[in-house]
Design a protein around this ligand. Structure first.
Ligand SMILES: Nc1ncnc2c1ncn2[C@@H]1O[C@H](COP(=O)(O)OP(=O)(O)O)[C@@H](O)[C@H]1O
Ligand SMILES: [Mg+2]
Length: 187
């Protein structure tokens, strides 16, 4: 079972490969609605209708003539197994919004995995990307953006070892706080 944070990495990588300069990740966990929504929006090249339909179906016949990966079909299947969906909203030349929904309490819902490492590696590996991360758990909200972090660092590069340690602590404290302060990265 693929952890949700790995699906998130896949989505952000797709946005990167589509030439996006700005990517927004939203994670919305609402226990009263029993839902977890993962939404990645980008300003990359987008997909036309044909490609949008093609990418979701791993068994489509034209797959043999053009290499299409399995990132989106796997996430689509994983949401559907958990009472959810994966929706692609895309406009060629403007960008793409991928929204995945899981029933939060579903027995088969993959664990979040290591969100701290995921956000950290997105930020560190894509220094030129305008990345923003919004995470809501019931009534608590966290916002972290590459802009805000570069303001805090004031010119010090993210790749410096002590900065990486600071970033790790910053993300783990803030994410733990969302989940009521318990230091459980696998929530
Ligand atoms: N955010 C995006 N913007 C534009 N095209 C996308 C995006 N995400 C996916 N695609 C298109 O869908 C295809 C399939 O994506 P995916 O299932 O992740 O497999 P892979 O990335 O290995 O090709 C990509 O090759 C790309 O053509
Ligand atoms: Mg991919």
């Amino acid at each position: 079972m693929r952890e949700i944070s790995l699906h998130i990495l896949d989505l952000v990588q797709n946005s990167n490969e589509a030439g996006a300069t700005a990517v927004k990740l939203e994670i919305i966990e609402d226990l009263s609605k029993d839902s977890m929504i993962i939404r990645v929006s980008d300003n990359g090249r987008g997909m036309n209708k044909q490609l949008r339909q093609l990418v979701i179906d791993p068994f489509i016949t034209t797959r043999t003539t053009r290499r299409i990966g399995l990132g989106l079909p796997l996430m689509d299947m994983s949401t559907k197994r958990c009472g959810g969906y994966l929706n692609i909203d895309s406009t060629p030349g403007e960008g793409t919004v991928i929204e995945a929904m899981y029933q939060h309490s579903h027995f088969d819902r993959p664990p979040m995995g290591n969100l701290v490492e995921t956000i950290k590696s997105i930020l560190v590996a894509n220094a030129a990307l305008q990345f923003s991360y919004y995470h809501t758990v019931n009534n608590k909200t966290l916002t972290v953006s590459s802009q805000e972090i570069s303001d805090i660092l004031d010119g010090v590069p993210l790749t410096q070892p002590d900065v990486l340690i600071w970033l790790h602590g910053y993300l783990s404290d803030n994410i733990a706080n969302l989940y009521g302060g318990a230091k459980d990265e696998n929530n």
